[in-house]
Design a protein around this ligand. Structure first.
Ligand code: IPD
Length: 270
């Protein structure tokens, strides 16, 4: 593949840390807010400023690379060197807006169409999740692994909701079928951190319909490298239709349940 993945990952870590600190220290004033796809889909001035900072830092070092960002678009194809950065400056924007310390900077590096490195930085807890394809996942310096669970009834399952009312109505129906058969459900508000929670055993599983690539590109790799199975339904890869990540002992059962509930039958865009 030609690219030095460790070097790309190190740049992703440095940029995620800088953007995270910028966001953490800059969040103590009233934020200017705009809405995107619906009144519930908010973007703050800080999302935009952080993404600009991330783009600038990447381009200072790698001017030819393409960048797909939540706030700035772009990045439909890989850059000239086959390298594309997939960036969510704040995953968990609503938490950020309300001062809830559960949001993260997410940066994935894709080379020739394959995600090779993922970095998710939670500045409020100073937790840095990283993975390089084939080399496992880490929380700080420590390797992390999914927890063992073999019964859906003992599974703590994370999920999340999109912004469009019609999609939320479907998500509520699916939840009605899942909640009675699992240990409990959590909705913490950051898909990237939810997937990292699966990676380090804080959740047994996570699923969500309608995610964008920047929500799950980095953390999907982190969960997979920690031993989770990460997929969609009915043989599909994870996509904006459905992302499911689970410890192997309950993956099949949860995938079957979600398929039976038609969890992938959602509008795929807000
Ligand atoms: C959102 C968060 C949330 C998930 C939504 C995402 P954003 O990302 O990850 O947990 O439920 O589907 O859109 O908008 O905060 O970057």
């Amino acid at each position: 593949m030609g690219a030095d993945v460790a070097e790309l990952a190190a740049l992703a870590v440095a940029v995620a840390r800088e953007a995270g600190e910028f966001l953490r220290t800059g969040s103590d004033h009233a934020l200017e807010i705009a809405t995107k796809s619906s009144p519930t889909d908010v973007v703050t001035e800080m999302d935009t400023a952080a993404e600009q900072l991330i783009r600038r830092r990447i381009h200072e070092r790698r001017p030819a690379d393409d960048i797909l960002g939540e706030e700035g678009g772009g990045g439909a194809a890989s850059g000239a060197g086959g390298v594309r950065w997939i960036v969510d400056p704040i995953d968990g924007t609503v938490n950020y807006l309300y001062g809830i310390p559960q949001w993260a900077v997410s940066i994935a590096v894709e080379v020739d169409g394959v995600i090779v490195a993922g970095v998710v930085f939670d500045p409020c807890k100073d937790e840095l999740f990283t993975a390089i394809r084939g080399e496992g996942a880490r929380l700080g310096d420590r390797p992390v692994q999914v927890r063992e669970c073999h019964e859906l009834g003992q599974a703590l399952v994370g999920t999340g909701f999109g912004y469009a009312a019609s999609r939320r109505a479907r998500q509520a129906e699916v939840l009605t079928g899942v909640l009675p058969v699992v240990r409990d459900i959590r909705r913490l508000g950051s898909a990237a951190l939810d997937l990292c929670a699966v990676a380090c055993g804080r959740f047994d599983a996570y699923f969500e319909q309608g995610l964008n690539l920047w929500d799950f590109a980095a953390a999907g790799l982190i969960a997979a490298e920690a031993g989770a199975r990460v997929a969609g339904l009915r043989g599909a890869p994870p996509s904006n239709r459905l992302v499911l990540a689970a410890t192997p002992g309950i993956f099949d059962a949860l995938q079957e349940l979600l398929a039976a509930l038609g969890a992938d039958e959602v509008e795929t865009h807000d």
